[in-house]
Design a binder for this molecule. Structure first.
Ligand code: ADP
Ligand code: MG
Length: 673
């Protein structure tokens, strides 16, 4: 077998199963080997209940004390029984909607119970633990098991088995780096990297494996980018615009004064639009620095010059927000903007209508998701493309537009806190503008990092804000289906239930997670914006760009699970109005380093500083799988966490450039279109 062999050539993968793998984007053995785990599971050494930290996962050997009994609540069931460890510490275990647990054990059975130990109404409990026979568990301890992102009907075990098969059977291609280079650059050699990313023997081997694969990904990215740039070096301005009075009028009518930084950046943009060359500009600005209005000025200039502009957002919710916002601005101030919304999920009729308006030029601002550059969209005279919070629109997409006969001005808006040297590599070929000033009306957000013992207090604060007519975000880590390893994390749905129970019917609580249909997400988000919901419980799907000034409090559960930059982006969702805002980071971690990192959020509100501190304070292996940047999506690398690797790849680029494989597998581009 070679790396290009279809996955069906692996033992145990037939036609039916291969389709499931296909769903995950895995077609060949190579795809499979590059399907990296999103985390690792370690089976803890056995401990006693008295040693367990509430809220943390533990494994305890215990005896079933009472026969399992089942309670029905409507269509739901709860199976529960008591267990006791060897010191006779009694804990009640519960299983929701798992009636088969009734028969799974009987009084007197001895098992390992692995789950989150906690107190509920002052009683020690463990919800939904996994049960193991004692021998089985002993075999598992001390191994590191990969945890993959799954799809329905494909288990972690199946993927793991397939990867094991591929590692045995596939000839790993020769390394394009020499052994000496790997040593100098502090990277695993390729064959070790591929093995150890799936089955690390310890933290260290995983760290170097990951480092190597991130390096490869970044090196390929740099190569693509550089080659793209050389083709698209300064092009003559084929959409020359003149500065328009509309922008001056809008500036004067806005309810706030633009900051000096905003004014400067707007001038730079208008300078480009009216200059000799096509614009290729990145606008970097921390969350809340007011990038939207800057992009509106560009779109307005474009429209007033009789040309068409497009504004591309990473999600449907954000696209809609921009659309509503621009429509309202245009109406309120009598601007010449005629916006239309175009997203991938629109109904056929709405889509047809939108396409007609775009084709005829009736719409002069087209707002949407990446559907905007789909093949079916015919523009009248597309002259400017603004992308908000996503760099996925890279050199490649510029090229693809050009192939379709468009060579628009490009404006990229980004809140990713990366230093200039890095931005120049990542956003290669773009001129950079920085909005380095926040609007003056901002009251600083009051932050606190607390543990569960403050939960009661935190809830009181939530109530207080709601009683003032304000709204609240509660953020939980991502939910993964079929996944036992994350049961310790507050999942959105479970937490929503808890909150509803706590706050009662008077408080309106809605929940949002990444697995929902886009239309449903949009509806829930709209209702929150309109003030129809008091508390929005969500994963980080709300992370980028959402603007609800009436939201004044954010509570983040399992804060240790997020990167600092990500937390900073998240808290940027509050503190957008005139009222004081609060951010409560909830974490029961006892890791001193993690606590120290979280404290950084208290000390500064500057996204760049936070990213730097985060990097300084973090040791190898930490923050595995945590994405800091919502917009710069690489397969395995993260531009904020792995900035040093990007810099390394750029530094060594000239030595290795002709060897970097772009190959059939284009690691970065897989997700870009
Ligand atoms: P971001 O840079 O994170 O995209 P937005 O453009 O969404 O920020 O702006 C955040 C909020 O600040 C919006 O409600 C916007 O209307 C407001 N805003 C923008 N510029 C200013 C300013 N100069 N003064 C006061 N408020 C502003
Ligand atoms: Mg924004």
């Amino acid at each position: 077998m070679d790396k290009g062999s279809p996955i069906q050539s692996l033992k145990g993968i037939g036609e039916k199963k291969s389709l499931l793998f296909n769903k995950l984007g895995i077609f060949t053995c190579e795809d499979l080997l590059h399907y990296y785990p999103r985390g690792y599971d370690r089976y803890e050494a056995l401990s006693l209940f008295k040693e367990a930290v509430p809220g943390k996962r533990t494994a305890v050997e215990a005896v079933v004390k009472t026969a399992p009994k089942m309670l029905r609540l409507g269509s739901k069931t709860i199976v529960s029984f008591d267990v006791a460890d060897r010191e006779n510490f009694v804990v009640s275990v519960k299983f929701f909607n798992a009636p088969f647990m009734l028969k799974a054990v009987k009084a007197g059975d001895r098992r390992v119970f692995r789950g989150i130990f906690k107190f509920f109404k002052n009683r020690p409990v463990m919800d939904q633990p996994k049960l193991f026979k004692i021998d089985d568990y002993e075999k598992l301890t001390c191994t590191i098991t990969p945890v993959y992102s799954l799809t329905k009907d494909l288990s972690n075990e199946s993927i793991k088995k397939a990867v094991e098969g591929a590692l045995r059977g596939v000839t790993i291609p020769e390394d394009y780096l020499t052994k000496e280079e790997c040593r100098d650059f502090n990277l695993s050699v390729f064959s070790d990297a591929i093995k150890n990313i799936h089955f690390p023997t310890d933290d260290e081997s995983q760290y170097y494996a990951r480092r190597r694969l991130v390096f490869d990904e970044f090196a390929a990215f740099i190569r693509l980018n550089r080659e793209g740039i050389s083709n698209s070096a300064k092009l003559p301005n084929t959409h020359k615009m003149i500065p328009v009075a509309d922008c001056v009028r809008l500036t004067e009518s806005l309810p706030y004064k633009l900051t000096d930084a905003q004014k400067r950046v707007i001038d730079e943009i208008i300078g480009d639009l009216s200059g000799d060359y096509l614009m290729n500009r990145l606008v970097q600005g921390d969350v809340g620095s007011g990038k939207t209005i800057v992009s509106v000025m560009a779109l307005l200039t474009c429209a007033a010059n009789g040309m068409q502009g497009a504004l591309m957002a990473p999600t449907e919710v954000l696209a809609r927000q921009h659309f509503e916002n621009i429509k309202a601005l245009s109406g309120k101030y009598g601007l010449c903007l005629r916006p239309v919304l175009l997203t991938g999920k629109m109904g056929a009729k709405d889509r047809r209508e939108a396409l007609d308006m775009i084709g005829s030029g009736e719409a002069n601002v087209v707002i949407g998701t990446h559907a905007l550059i789909a093949d079916t969209v015919e523009y009248k005279n597309l002259s400017l493309v603004v992308t908000d919070e996503q760099h996925r629109f890279g050199v490649k997409q510029r090229e693809s537009l050009r192939e379709k006969g468009f060579s628009p001005h490009i404006l990229v808006m980004s809140a990713t806190p990366i230093p200039r040297t890095l931005a120049m590599i990542v956003f290669g070929g773009l001129d950079i503008s920085v909005i380095d000033e926040l609007p003056k009306n901002r009251t600083p957000i009051a932050n606190c990092v607390v543990n569960s013992s403050f939960r009661e207090k935190a809830y009181r604060k939530i109530l207080e804000e709601i009683n003032k007519g304000h709204q609240v975000y509660v953020i939980c880590p991502m939910v993964y289906e079929n996944d036992e390893s994350d049961t310790e994390l507050k999942s959105v749905e479970e937490h929503t239930k808890d909150l509803r129970e706590y706050f009662g019917d008077k408080i309106r609580i809605a929940s949002l997670n990444g697995k929902m249909k886009p239309s449903e997400k949009t509806r829930i988000m709209e209702e929150f914006k309109e003030g129809k919901t008091d508390i929005l419980v969500s994963t980080t799907v709300i992370e980028v760009g959402i603007d609800v000034p009436n939201a004044t409090l954010m509570m983040v559960e399992n804060a240790e699970r997020f990167g600092l930059s990500q937390l900073h982006q998240l808290r940027g969702r509050v503190g957008r109005g005139d009222s004081p805002s609060f951010c409560i980071f909830m974490s029961d971690t006892d890791n001193k380093m993690t606590l120290k990192r979280l404290k950084v959020l208290n000390d500064t509100n500057d996204g760049f500083k936070i990213a730097n501190e985060d990097m300084k304070l973090r040791g190898p292996g930490e923050l595995n799988g945590v994405r800091q940047s919502g917009e710069l999506n690489f397969g395995i690398g993260d531009i904020v966490n792995d900035a040093d690797i990007m810099l390394l790849a750029a530094e060594k680029y000239d030595i290795i450039k002709n060897r970097i494989p772009l190959g059939s597998r284009n690691l970065i581009d897989i997700r870009t279109i």
